[in-house]
Design a protein around this ligand. Structure first.
Ligand code: NAP
Length: 219
């Protein structure tokens, strides 16, 4: 199969298209034919080894993962003998955080990993980029033990993480105040926010309203 391969750290031109072996799914794994993926900040950071601490996870001298890519959407091409939740032909999307590998025609994922069937009304190009921001948003929401009825303010509600957080929090039953710039007020309201603060017109830190949790998704 074809894949975007890099064998050293560096700028984008260390990546080249090459022929590599197609992964063989283990008993508990699903082989996905990738239809859409992204080049996101994680890929760029691990490609360049910036910040340098990345090298402690991904190889001190040379990268262990030669094919980057965490977010993907595609079609199940084969399943391991023990797989029961997916069938060949299913449209799936997911997030390959530990092994990367999505910048290729095929990748294999554990059946019980971050992999799910795609909603019918979503395209591959929409599904793939929805995964990483949601992953981090959900991790923070879980860590903060946010429960139904709590008041949560999301700063940076248009970002990858913030926009996912607004939607996940509403699904949990939280009351959400979202902060964004003027241009995106309607968009953020459309994500389900109960109240939207235009950060160019109001300073939420001087607001009278209090919150159980402030989710700051601005770097
Ligand atoms: N995405 C990831 O996978 C990931 C992983 C680990 C850590 N992080 C970190 O998490 C943070 C958010 O990531 P993200 O991917 O969601 O970023 P993003 O998509 O770039 O979103 C950034 C958000 O910050 C807002 N913002 C930018 N400048 C602002 C300012 N001066 N004042 C107030 N708001 C401002 C933007 O709002 P407007 O649209 O209204 O301008 C936008 O909502 C970053 O620090 C990032 O490094 C991200």
């Amino acid at each position: 199969m074809k894949a975007a391969v890099r064998t050293r750290y560096g700028p984008p031109d260390v990546v080249r298209i090459a022929e590599v072996d197609r992964p063989t799914p283990r008993d508990n794994e699903v082989l996905v034919r990738v239809h859409a993926t992204t080049v996101n900040r994680t890929d760029c950071g691990f490609r360049a080894a910036k910040p340098i601490i990345v090298r402690f996870f991904s190889g001190l001298i040379r990268p262990k993962a030669t094919v980057l890519g965490t977010e993907f959407a595609g079609v199940v091409a084969a399943i391991g003998t023990g797989v029961t939740s997916f069938e060949v032909g299913d449209k799936v999307f997911g997030f390959s955080e530990d092994r990367f590998g999505a910048h290729a025609e095929y990748l294999s994922m554990a059946e019980d990993g971050p992999l799910a069937t795609m909603p019918a009304n979503v395209t591959f190009e929409e599904a793939a980029p929805s995964t990483e921001g949601s992953h981090y948003a959900l991790a923070c929401i879980t860590k903060a033990k946010i429960a139904s009825g709590q008041h949560v303010l999301v700063n940076g509600a248009t970002g990858a993480i913030g926009s996912a957080a607004v939607q996940l929090l509403k699904r949990l039953g939280a009351v959400v105040t979202a902060v964004c710039d003027t241009e995106h007020v309607e968009l953020v309201r459309g994500l389900g926010a109960d109240r939207v603060v235009d950060r160019t017109a109001e300073d939420f830190t001087k607001d009278d309203q209090t919150h159980d949790v402030v989710f700051d998704a601005v770097g």
